[in-house]
Design a protein around this ligand. Structure first.
Ligand code: NAP
Length: 280
């Protein structure tokens, strides 16, 4: 029987996950389909119980449901620590919750940088994505600084990590960028429709900095353009993280190795066609 997978969230119409996972199923010749379901925060419990009853094999979870989903699944340790679930596996009968955003970002970064241990990493943002990313980088032995508009959120996040400190986005940001090995934008700044926004400009960067923007719409963000202007060679865009978090979900559900290149190509093609894609 055909296996059904999907993503729940709101808004969901522009999610790139269906195109990415359906391309993977097709490439591997699997009898499976991946659909997008619009679910409000009030309905998330019903949706997860309903998915289990209907025999749905796996779900991704996106904004604004990632935190709320924790109450309706048996969450694995990492998802509990991050405080958010983006993947549900129904394979064992009980819905089990995972968070693959952090591992997705780590794989994207390691592809460009190699070893992360002892690297000075400046993360802009203290929201859901920043939490997942910082948890993995901290565990890898990076020296993390969290910079956030709301300083209290940055301090709160840093206090939950082993080796991290926090700053605001004011004057001290410049000196921290200069002193960092890796800069990660984990805010929504630069995302469609505010494509000309960036928190860090070329004159604040140095040529050996690695710049990673997790925003993928547009693929070439203002921050990445500024990095190129500063002569930076190692830049990583948000599509890489999107594909690697999707690939990690795919492995959890199917126990098979996903065709990453195919997944990346269909996502890049879709984003090139339609610059209004706005959710994961
Ligand atoms: P979130 O939980 O809502 O957090 C948003 C963060 O952005 C907060 O730190 C917020 O600061 C900051 N921010 C928003 N507007 C700002 C502004 N004008 N100036 C300075 N800081 C601002 O969102 P999220 O889930 O972490 O997602 C963040 C971005 O990552 C989104 O664009 C999302 O699409 C993208 N994302 C990409 C992937 C991927 O796979 N590539 C995965 C997940 C998310 P305050 O705390 O001060 O409000």
């Amino acid at each position: 029987m055909k296996k059904i997978y999907g993503i729940i969230g709101d808004p969901i119409a522009h999610s790139l996950s269906p195109v990415m996972h359906n391309a993977a199923f097709e490439k591997l010749g699997m009898d499976a389909v991946y659909l997008a379901f619009r679910v409000s925060p009030e309905e998330v419990g019903d949706a997860i119980r309903g998915a289990k009853s209907l025999g749905i094999a796996g779900l991704n979870v996106t904004i604004p449901l990632k935190e709320k989903t924790l109450s309706f699944v048996d969450a694995e340790e990492v998802a509990k620590k991050i405080g958010a679930v983006n993947t549900i596996d129904f394979g064992s009968g009980t819905p089990v919750g995972y968070n693959t955003d952090g591992i997705g970002s780590l794989m994207a970064l390691k592809e460009a940088v190699g070893e992360i241990k002892e690297k000075k990493v400046l993360i802009l943002g203290a929201g859901g994505a920043a939490k997942a990313i910082s948890f993995y980088l901290d565990a890898e032995g990076a020296r993390v600084t969290i910079a956030n508009r709301t300083k209290g959120r940055a301090a709160q996040l840093a206090s939950n990590l082993r080796n991290a400190n926090s700053i605001g986005l004011d004057a001290e940001l410049k000196e921290h960028v200069k002193a960092s090995d890796i800069l990660i934008n984990a805010t929504s700044v630069g995302m469609y429709p505010n494509e000309d926004a960036t928190l860090v400009r070329a004159n604040m960067m140095h040529p050996d900095l690695v710049v990673f923007d997790i925003v993928y719409n547009p693929m070439d963000t203002k921050l990445l353009r500024e990095a190129r202007r500063a002569g930076i060679k190692k830049i990583v865009d948000g599509v890489k993280m999107l594909v690697y978090q999707g690939a990690a979900s795919f492995r959890i559900w199917t126990k098979r190795e996903p065709p990453i290149e195919v997944m990346e190509k269909v996502v890049r093609d879709a984003l090139s066609r339609d610059s209004s894609k706005s959710t994961d």
